[in-house]
Design a binder for this molecule. Sequence first.
Ligand SMILES: [Zn+2]
Length: 188
Amino acid sequence: MASFLFIAIMFGNLSAYARLLDNNEKQRYAANTAIFGGIDPYSIELKNFILPLDELPRITSEAVTNFLIFRVSPATQAEIRAYKSLDAFTQFASKWIEDIKALKINNSFCVIGKVMHLQKINSPSLNIWLSLSSNGDILNSHCDCVAGLGEACTHVAAVLFALEYVSKQEESVTDVLLDRAKIQEKFP
Ligand SMILES: [Zn+2]
């Protein structure tokens, strides 16, 4: 009874998407939302994501690299290295990202992103979320692509690269997204 109640409470705030995950994945997913008091970012209405992106903590390349090394599967790491080795990760990131929004929850930050499907151009965009600590550590992430169940994939990486780029350039994400059209012209 007690464990049933615990599960009911734990899964009570999950989005329809998360409720369809298999049991192990669902428990892991729910645990990753603990930082937000158990609120699933996918269940938060978009209108609540009102934090200006320049108020996010600074994301260093070290934080991004650490996160990706520990979270991303070796196959995806190879893919990301290929992009990085082309020194094209900035265009890679900004070319595919459709939107990034942020919200402060407790002492952490929730970032959501909409990213084009890299492998299947005509498929619906993918939705990612990530949690950041107040000092810019990347805590957890999720993407609704198949690889995203492993909690990091090229779509998460794209958003991280964009945030890292913005921190470096002291440019706003909006400027980067506006530059996307120019970048697409340069790298068709
Ligand atoms: Zn993904």
